[in-house]
Ligand binder design. Structure first.
Ligand code: UN1
Length: 522
């Protein structure tokens, strides 16, 4: 008997009712907020992928709400930029405390609305809490450098100022954490944000906006420091992209979407911070601890049902350990418990919706057409145990790196497996895709691990040794190269992207001395 047959039936209604009550959600919710909530027009129905039933509705912002929110955001910025950064940090600390209080309910709501398992839903809220702690510290560390001037009597230094209104476009797979690691850093830096969440997960966005509104009000700060615009990409998203009052657009999503955003915002010479597709590889050397590599592969490929931008999509295994590793992998895949993400026994919940299932099926067909071979799974799971049409069995497939489908990111649990003979060959294959987000090598051999981390090694924004491709901590700068978009957000010095750098010269001497020793006098 497969383990997935042990799936528990959980009555979602009482769980949903308790979460809605705690988070102040109703059957019908306003989707625009700038301190006050604005009614908006037609609503989006948010459907749970757990059973395909509607959870509630959110009214979409139209052009009137857009105009009101942007005007208030501008006003809020004029005030917020003048609040000392450590005081802005206090507000973020209070936000972190509120998130701690509601962690369980929010984690459950994330599971209900997008389908990731409860442990990962809670993990997502933990990432929000962690970035609040980080941003609180950061609020006292927005350091600028002091330079030694070539001119006597000249003080030269740089300082950092806020940009203004930051537009946040986020995706369904981390429906609230992406907002948090942008908002917390942008806000302590003195910016205000306007958030357009994914239309697949509007309820989590409304719930989190209610929390941040409560915190802002308690501190007597304007609610438009953290505005919300639920709406369609074609309408609200496009308006944000072309709006000159929005100097920075930070967007998470597909490479296709990012290319469009880059062009439109680039046209007006605005700034973009892009977190786009990944096509992350995990390399298992013959010098690897295979048990570690196995655990990391499973979490990377099956975790979040393969719907992280950091998910492990390609697996390169050295020929000497290939058969052994594959056999163990098949065994653990066989035991993956698929089902209701709220059950503590479940390892893999549904995909976000039935459309994602058909995209996955299409990718598997293309793989087979190109000559790939499915070793395990890939099929949709049907029947009354799997209501709603979004459950699949994760797929293992023998592939070639050059296959077109392997070169693309399919947001689903498909793991393409390939054999290699030398570490140079593995690194070359891992880099030979358009994307460059995350990468890992499992090896206990120094020469290999250092090669992987050298300039000759991984070309990705994240390079890991003996730990998997997904599950990055917020303390590091997060993002990737090439088609992944080049953006960096969350930790390290990613805050600099949310600020404008100003180089300052103060002449405290009595003469006007020119740089480069130029004499320019009558
Ligand atoms: C994403 O999938 O969009 O590294 C972000 C991770 C998470 C972030 C994923 N901390 O897997």
């Amino acid at each position: 008997m497969r383990m997935e047959r042990m799936m528990e039936k959980i009555d979602l209604k009482p769980v949903q009712d308790a979460v809605f009550r705690e988070l102040g959600l109703k059957e019908e919710n306003d989707g625009a907020c700038c301190g006050r909530w604005l009614a908006g027009g037609d609503s989006i129905s948010s459907v749970s992928p757990i059973d395909g039933r509607p959870l509630g509705r959110v009214r979409k912002a139209g052009s009137e709400e857009y105009a009101a929110v942007l005007a208030e955001a501008r006003e809020a910025f004029l005030l917020w930029r003048n609040v000392p950064a450590p005081r802005r940090g206090e507000m973020i600390r209070a936000l972190g405390d509120e998130l701690r209080r509601h962690k369980d309910a929010l984690g459950t709501l994330v599971s209900l609305e997008m389908g990731k398992i409860k442990a990962e839903g809670d993990g997502e809220i933990q990432e929000m809490i962690d970035i609040c702690d980080f941003a609180l510290g950061l609020s006292r560390q927005l350091y600028g450098k002091t330079m030694h001037s070539e001119r006597p009597g000249n003080r030269m230094y740089e300082q950092w100022h806020p940009l203004g209104i930051v537009g946040l476009i986020t995706s369904f797979n981390f429906p609230v954490a992406v907002w948090a690691w942008n908002f917390a850093v942008a806000a302590v830096a003195g910016n205000v944000t306007v958030w357009k969440p994914s239309s697949k997960t509007p309820l989590t966005a409304v719930a989190v906006t209610k929390i941040v509104q409560h915190v802002l009000a308690a501190h007597k700060f304007p609610g438009a420091v953290a505005s919300l615009l639920v709406g369609s990409g074609g309408e609200i998203g496009e308006r944000l992209l072309t709006d000159r009052r929005v100097p920075l657009i930070s967007a998470t999503g597909s490479t296709r979407m990012g290319r469009h955003i880059g062009c439109v915002v680039g046209e007006r010479l605005g700034r973009t911070l892009l977190e786009l597709g990944g096509n992350n590889a995990l390399i298992v050397s013959e010098h690897a601890d295979l048990s570690l590599a196995l655990q990391a592969t499973l979490f990377g490929a099956v975790g979040t049902s393969g719907q992280r931008c950091t998910s492990t999509r390609r697996l390169f295994v050295h020929e000497a350990v290939y058969d052994r590793f594959l056999e163990s992998l098949l065994q653990v895949y066989w035991q993956v418990r698929i089902g209701n993400p709220l059950s503590p026994h479940t390892l893999m919940g549904p995909l976000v919706d039935a459309h994602a299932v058909s995209v996955m099926q299409g990718a598997i067909r293309r793989l087979q057409d190109e000559g790939g071979r499915v070793l395990y799974g890939g099929e949709p799971l049907l029947g009354e145990e799997y209501p709603g049409g979004a459950y699949v069995r994760p797929c293992l497939a023998e592939s070639q790196n050059r296959f077109q489908v392997v070169q693309e990111e399919t947001f689903a649990p498909i793991l393409y497996i390939m054999k290699f003979r030398s570490i140079d060959e593995a690194i070359a294959m891992q880099n030979d895709v358009p994307q460059g987000l995350s990468s890992s090598l499992f090896s206990n051999r120094l020469q290999e691990t250092e090669l992987f981390l050298s300039a000759l090694g991984s070309d990705c924004g994240i390079a890991n040794i003996n730990t998997g491709t997904s599950g990055a901590e917020i303390g590091g700068a997060f993002g990737g190269e090439k088609d992944t978009g080049g953006g960096r957000e969350s930790g390290s010095d990613a805050w600099k992207f949310y600020m404008r750098r100003q180089t300052v010269n103060v002449n405290w001497g009595t003469a006007l001395l020119l740089a480069q020793g130029i004499r320019f006098a009558m």
